[in-house]
Design a protein. Structure first.
Length: 130
């Protein structure tokens, strides 16, 4: 995918805004819609303004993806992106790890070596101790 189509529902009449991106594998919007994230085939995470689509930062999270990835109903193979507050978590199945990215600073905070081929992510926020 080399473009994202952004729809601003606050504007009448509705129009799609085309946001050009590097060839991407996965895209999401964070919880409050302020950030648009796209994981590219080059191994970078594009951090964009969720309202305008403007590129804010590019963060290298892994080596490039070197093969075509096709998912089927029997197996997940694509990486995933999830956000929690100011952090993004990117699963990297081709490297057996998860990258934690600080969205405000635009840096990889840590790499979590999990082995295997992590694909789908589910984040659970821990409650503070009582």
């Amino acid at each position: 995918m080399t473009a994202l189509y952004r729809l601003d529902t606050a504007r009448k009449s509705y129009r799609f805004q085309v946001v050009p991106v590097e060839s991407s594998i996965q895209q999401i919007v964070n919880e409050d819609g302020s950030r648009l994230l796209a994981l590219t085939r080059a191994g970078t995470l594009e951090i964009r303004d969720g309202h305008s689509g403007k590129l804010l930062r590019t963060v290298t999270v892994c080596k490039p993806f070197d093969k075509e990835l096709h998912e089927h109903v029997d197996k997940a193979v694509l990486p995933d992106i999830r956000t929690l507050g100011t952090r993004a978590y990117v699963s990297l199945p081709h490297e057996g790890r998860i990258a934690e990215v600080d969205l405000e600073k635009g840096v990889v905070v840590r790499q979590l070596e999990v082995g295997g081929s992590p694909t789908r992510l589910l984040l659970v926020a821990a409650k503070a101790a009582l």
